[in-house]
Write a protein that binds this ligand. Structure first.
Ligand code: G6P
Length: 611
């Protein structure tokens, strides 16, 4: 994902910009660049493929002094990684822009601008913005006025920063679908796509909202909202607890990461949704072309990431009709696989360094898959580097060994993939896609509601502390959620937990059920609910204690031996994401009651880089 940093100060800004870019490195990138307005009033830039260190070296060989600058790390979406495609992009010699996101109507804009005589020097969608701005400035000479007119013509998602040698006392910024934050200094101000990029220069931030345009001067700030009204946005103090690698107010990293989910899911979605559809380019420059050919999907992953893949299979087959297979990487890598024609090979991994998943990818390259796609949280990982296409989940560092936010953001990424494939293949109804995009936008709020049930879940956890075995049940896409719930409980509380599709209960596990074997069930309000209720009767009839996470409209109530935790209603296809949260909280509270090492459970490693 691209990263933006900008600065206006009374000192040279290049070191600030480079430090900011380094702090954005976690997002993954393939090139980096900076443009600075020098003391002679001229704009100059430096761009390099690869690491920010290469750009830093270039600037140390050939410094770019100046008190106004913009910088960028690029993650290619339109056009290959190259110096020419790296940002900042210029129009003429006096206007520069950096952009995060995707401009969907760039082809039409490009044709129009070429008709007006503009010559393009890159394959990027971003270059259309800067030429359009250049053209508009002829009519509206104030940068802010021109930018307001330009954004009205852009379709897609963007966060962007602009500087002009003609107006060297300001940075202009616009936000729509990609985050931007202004850092407030003393007699100097900054802009970035993540406050972490500016922590070395300030701890006071103003977050831009959707549709905002900002004019940032050294000692003044003006913001206009989506309707063009001038607005004041409150400055907030960045507190240490918000640092990614610190626990802050939380007792454990796992609890912190569970509570981060509404925020990080929002981040997974950022820059990837159009008004009523998923932006296919979010998967990389060749995604649209490759997705058009996909007739099968093979997913490979380990542990929690494997469970995410299992959920995706329900989504892919139901929504797109594309057959999907899911397998654990340690099996896949040693098997003679019969590859279906036109198969997309998808790996899912938090770390991107899991040995089995990497080996499976490397083997797959010899098997004749159409292309490989990595859904991954670490942009600099081996898995990302070795895959044809990537979707970064942007969950931020996950420290707790038991995976939580990595899982839910993987699910969001996989649903985006489902919608993108269905869209390109023409097998997904546009109304269904629009409904799901809308539901995805509301998802962070629903996740927040689910987290508000923490106290209730904590009470239920007491039922488990003395038990040695538990059973988790789910049907349909909730079956992998049950698997994930059981895995969490095993990992951190050391209680033996197994998950079954609820319909399999009578084929064996029912023999285990008695008053010492609690049974946990996830029960959204869907067409499988009535069948699930019958399965639960089977458990009750054997004296089993039931804990049911049920839609509050599902008509299930507490009773003798039955504890119902009421869940907020949700779009059925998003239920696997929502219902995961109370199961995470349940394991967490059981582990705390048992006094185990929540963040570093015995015998387990966060990243398994050996076989
Ligand atoms: C380890 C971790 C799990 C994780 C699995 C796969 O076992 O403890 O939490 O799900 O590896 O890791 P990955 O980084 O590939 O998602």
């Amino acid at each position: 994902m691209c990263g933006i940093v900008a600065a206006i100060a009374e000192r040279n800004v290049s070191a600030i910009l480079i430090e900011g870019l380094k702090r954005l490195e976690y997002r993954g990138y393939d090139s980096a660049g900076v443009a600075i307005c020098g003391p002679d009033g001229l704009l100059r830039r430096s761009r390099r493929i690869g690491k920010v260190a290469a750009l830093e070296q270039a600037l140390s060989d050939e410094p770019l002094p100046g008190r106004l600058g913009i910088a960028h790390t690029r993650w290619a979406t339109h056009g290959v990684p190259s110096e020419a495609n790296a940002h900042p992009h210029f129009s003429g010699e006096a206007l520069a822009v950096v952009h995060n996101g995707i401009i969907e109507n760039h082809e039409a804009l490009r044709a129009r601008l070429q008709g007006l005589g503009y010559v393009f020097s890159s394959q990027t969608d971003t270059e259309t913005i800067v030429h359009l701005l250049h053209h508009t400035l002829k009519r509206l000479p104030e940068l802010a006025d021109a930018l307001k007119a330009v954004v009205r013509e852009l379709h897609g998602a963007y966060g962007l920063a602009v500087i002009s040698a003609a107006q060297p006392d300001r940075i202009l910024a616009a936000r729509s679908g990609s985050p931007l934050v202004i850092g407030l200094g003393l007699g100097e101000n900054f802009l970035a796509s993540d406050p972490l990029a500016l922590r070395q220069v300030t701890d006071r931030f103003v977050y831009l909202e959707e549709g905002d345009i900002a004019e940032i001067r050294r000692d003044a700030l003006r913001i206009w909202d989506a309707e063009g009204r001038e607005v004041q946005r409150e400055a907030v103090q960045f507190h240490e607890g918000a640092e990614a690698a610190e626990k802050g107010e939380y007792r454990h990293f796992m609890l912190k990461e569970i509570h981060e989910q509404p925020k990080v899911v929002q981040r997974t979605l950022e820059g990837r949704l159009g008004s009523d559809h998923v932006l296919v380019q979010a998967f990389g420059p060749q995604a649209a072309e490759l997705f058009a050919k996909v007739r099968n999907v093979q997913i490979v992953a380990c542990g929690t990431s494997f469970h995410a893949g299992m959920v995706a299979r329900y989504w892919l087959e139901e929504l797109t009709g594309i057959p999907c297979q899911v397998e654990v990487a340690s099996e896949f890598r040693y098997r003679k696989v019969a590859v279906q024609p036109d198969s997309l090979f998808v790996t899912i991994s938090q770390s991107g360094e899991t040995a089995d998943t990497l080996a499976a990818l490397r083997n797959a390259k010899q098997f004749g898959y159409l292309a490989s796609l990595a859904i991954c949280n670490v942009g600099t990982s081996s898995l990302v580097r070795e895959s044809d296409l990537t979707l970064l989940t942007n969950a931020g560092p996950e420290i707790g060994v038991a995976s939580t936010k990595a899982f839910t953001t993987q699910l969001v990424g996989l649903l985006l993939l489902t919608l993108a494939l269905g869209r390109v293949r023409g097998t997904l109804d546009a109304g269904v896609e629009a409904g799901l995009v809308e539901a995805l936008r509301r998802l962070p709020g629903h996740l927040q509601d689910a987290l508000a049930m923490d106290k209730t879940v904590e009470q239920v956890a007491a039922l488990f502390a003395e038990k040695h075995h538990t059973l988790f049940l789910g049907r349909g896409a909730q079956y992998p959620v049950a698997l994930e719930g059981a895995l969490k409980l095993k990992e951190i509380s050391y209680i033996h937990a197994e998950a079954y599709p609820a319909g399999e209960l009578k084929h064996g596990p029912l023999a285990l059920v008695d008053s010492d074997m609690p049974v946990v069930t996830v029960a959204p309000n869907n067409e499988l609910l009535e069948k699930l209720k019958s399965n639960l009767q089977e458990v009750r009839a054997r004296g089993g204690q039931l804990v049911v996470f049920a839609d509050r409209e599902a008509g299930m109530g507490n009773g003798e031996g039955t504890h119902v935790v009421a869940m907020p209603p949700i779009h059925d296809l998003l239920a696997p994401i929502l219902y995961t949260l109370p199961l995470q909280l349940l394991s967490y509270h059981v582990a705390v009651l048992k006094g185990t090492d929540v963040d570093q459970p015995r015998n387990l490693a966060k990243s398994v880089t050996v076989e």
